[in-house]
Unconditional design. Structure first.
Length: 306
């Protein structure tokens, strides 16, 4: 009571003021741009006022299905996007298991070292990641030099231009960059598990793997399910920077995803109205998938996120 009188502000107001900048930022970058959806109903030309452009209604929304070239490009882009999205959902458990393995390390200094080394890549820009990959996997890179010195290859090979496994390469780069950062929330959730459960299990003779199976994993499942439902809402948002940086003439047909396609069509191709319509499709599909996942969670686990 005395602390409230001294500060002259209740805890709820303080918490609101702390969160207010984030609400403002979220509004500016997530809700305010929605007003730009109106461009999808016009044949917008950059530099002209909107009232000086032709109103075309739903033409941009059906353009990707009627025009054979646009339809072929759009289907290829959707195939790439779905492959990366499904791979991301199917391997979304990896950060949780990485956090469990990290938590089981016997020495605190080793745990901090591994966590630091695996978290740092998250803060490295994709341009630097590309530079690192180029120095290792190009025809003059580290791997080619080693293979030629061992006599396995006669000449250097540009592994970044291989058409066989470009999607696997993108998946590996993404996991290397993000698995340490994604595991942080699971490490925080590990602290909320009642330690008395481990003590009781140890008294009952449970080993390390038994405690992980029957205590740790069930304790992390609510966090995993919540993050999974939220990721399903962003199912088609697999990013753009990574694929734009690594794109070249050999792999562009395999790694051009929806966000990169919207960027190419809108800014490079000056098809702003058409790319806006595609972005609306993506948002609507994401909202529908989120509602379905939330409904399914309520039926199966009797818990929903909204």
């Amino acid at each position: 009571m005395d602390s409230k009188k001294k500060s002259g502000m209740n805890p709820g107001t303080k918490l609101f003021l702390v969160a207010l900048p984030f609400f403002v930022m979220y509004f500016l970058f997530s809700y305010l741009p929605v007003r730009g959806w109106i461009y999808s109903f016009y044949d917008y030309k950059p530099g002209l006022p909107l009232d000086k452009t032709e109103f075309v209604g739903l033409e941009n929304f059906v353009k990707m299905f009627i025009n054979p070239i646009n339809r072929r490009e759009f289907l290829q882009v959707m195939e790439n996007t779905l492959i990366f999205a499904v791979a991301g959902i199917a391997t979304s458990f990896l950060p949780m298991f990485f956090a469990i393995l990290l938590n089981e390390l016997p020495f605190a200094w080793l745990k901090k070292l591994v966590q630091t080394c695996t978290t740092i890549p998250h803060f490295i820009g994709w341009v630097l990641v590309y530079a690192l990959a180029f120095s290792m996997f190009s025809s003059q890179g580290f791997v080619s030099q080693i293979m030629m010195q061992l006599g396995i290859w006669d000449q250097g090979k540009n592994l970044m231009s291989m058409q066989t496994l470009p999607r696997v390469q993108m998946w590996l780069y993404g996991n290397w960059k993000g698995i340490g950062w994604s595991s942080i929330i699971y490490l925080a959730s590990l602290g909320s598990i009642d330690q008395e459960l481990y003590e009781a299990a140890e008294v009952d003779g449970a080993g390390r793997f038994a405690k992980i199976r029957f205590i740790t994993i069930p304790g992390l499942l609510p966090t995993f399910i919540t993050l999974l439902i939220m990721s399903i809402g962003n199912f088609l948002s697999v990013g753009m920077e990574q694929y734009m940086v690594f794109s070249n003439a050999f792999n562009t047909d395999y790694i051009t995803v929806l966000d990169l396609y919207v960027y190419n069509e809108g800014l490079l191709g000056q098809e702003i109205s058409y790319s806006t319509a595609i972005g609306i499709y993506k948002s609507i599909i994401g909202l529908i998938l989120l509602c379905i996942a939330n409904w399914f969670s309520g039926k199966v686990r009797e818990e929903k996120i909204f």
